[in-house]
Design a protein around this ligand. Structure first.
Ligand SMILES: Cc1ncc(COP(=O)(O)O)c(C=O)c1O
Length: 391
């Protein structure tokens, strides 16, 4: 019997604890990208392993953050500032918002968790696309709320905001759209449709625009920025992270930006020292490292072009991406292709977990890393043997 099942059977469990055990049992586990050392051990690979699985920055950490990190090391015996004072002021200045409109988290993952804790209770509804980033559903499930999934439009796998609007009811408390979206890399650009959605929301509901990949698209004219909606007083919360463009995924720091009252509620729910000292110092330096952002964006654009050209030459359909990863249709069971790539020292993500059983999601790496992946893919798909036979 699993631990949760055993917990559920305990005779002295209160009804509330039993309901929580049920929610935990219903939770779909988050499947992270396979760690490099894990793959090395399992497949006995000696040479370099290329991980293009978790949408990390292939250029590494922002150089400004690295300098700041070296200076903070001797201070790590101290607790961090629970209010993220310096980081708060730096981000507030960067976004031109009041500092009390920001909540910081242990990655934007934690802010998503806080959204569930703060805004959802049993009977409430969360509206999301399907497929989408898995943690949205987890936050609602933990809160005992109902998840309403609106299938993405095919074949382009885009959110149809008007169809999502039609799914809004009096019970809706949150609608979450990742823009750009994970796992598809697509964007919502229809500002009018987003306003129609907001108008339809019941009084206490919020539209959350998860902009984990915003830095890859914010330069696009007309892109509907969460920040502009927030500044206009619309019922929107924007989510951002330092894990992607700024290269700080390992430190875990992200933030939410919204009306100060909403933010105050979320700050009540978080643990006092949720963002560690190194993360605060590194993020404060990284936010103004424009040279690194520009370079990262350029490397990403080159990499996407490299992928598209290769996929077209191989006759593989793909979803054009506005982020740092792309979905490609291998036209084969993706698990087989995935394992054959692992054997060749290349880690990507399978689409089956998103209901896309022939797709792979591959992060844009350096040109050399991209080529390693493409060579391995050509080998796996191009021999005439099925990927299963190649393993
Ligand atoms: C859409 C989206 N939101 C949020 C996150 C979480 O990012 P982090 O917790 O590293 O800030 C990710 C990470 O992959 C993501 O793709």
């Amino acid at each position: 019997m699993s631990m949760l099942a055993a917990l559920r059977e305990m005779p002295r469990l209160s009804p509330e604890a039993a309901r929580i055990a049920d929610r935990l049992t219903a939770l779909k586990p988050y499947q992270p990208g396979r760690p490099i050392e894990d793959v090395r051990r399992e497949y006995g690979i000696v040479g370099e392993i290329v991980k293009l699985a978790s949408n990390e920055n292939p250029l590494g950490v922002s150089p400004a953050a690295l300098v700041a990190l070296a200076e903070v090391l001797p201070r790590l015996a101290l607790y961090p500032d629970g209010g993220c004072h310096d980081l708060r002021l730096a981000v507030a200045a960067h976004l031109d918002v009041s500092p009390d409109m920001l909540v910081f988290g242990n990655g934007s993952d934690e802010i998503i968790h806080l959204l569930g804790l703060t805004f959802l209770e049993p009977g409430d509804e969360l509206v999301i696309g399907d497929p989408t980033f898995v943690l949205y559903e987890a936050a609602a499930t933990l809160a005992g709320a109902t998840v309403v999934k609106v299938p993405l439009t095919r074949p382009g796998l885009v959110h149809d905001v008007d169809v999502m609007t039609a799914a809004v009811t009096e019970k809706t408390r949150l609608v979450i759209i990742a823009n750009p979206h994970n796992p598809t890399g697509t964007i919502v650009e229809n500002t009018a449709a987003l306003y129609r959605l907001m108008e339809r929301l019941p009084p206490r509901a919020l539209l959350v625009l998860d902009e984990a990949y915003a830095e890859y698209v914010y330069h696009r004219p007309g892109f509907p920025k969460a920040l502009d909606f927030v500044k206009a007083g619309a019922p929107v919360l924007g989510l951002r992270t330092f894990s992607k463009m700024y290269g700080l995924a390992g430190l875990r720091v992200g933030y939410g930006v919204a009306d100060a009252g909403l933010i105050a509620a979320m700050n009540q729910a978080r643990s006092p020292f949720n963002v560690n000292l190194a993360a605060q110092v590194a993020a404060t330096a990284a936010i103004n490292d424009y040279a690194f952002v520009e370079k990262s964006r350029a490397v990403n654009e080159t990499g996407l072009a490299q992928f598209y050209a290769a996929f077209e030459a191989m006759g593989l359909p793909y979803i054009p991406s506005f982020a740092n990863f792309v979905l490609v249709d291998t036209k084969q069971p993706c698990r087989d292709v995935f394992h054959a790539l692992l054997k060749r020292g290349v880690i990507v993500r399978t689409g089956d977990v998103f209901g896309l059983p022939t797709f792979l999601r591959v992060t844009v790496g350096t040109p050399a890393q991209n080529e390693r992946f493409l060579e391995a893919l050509r080998e796996v798909l191009g021999t005439g043997a099925t990927p299963a036979q190649l393993q």
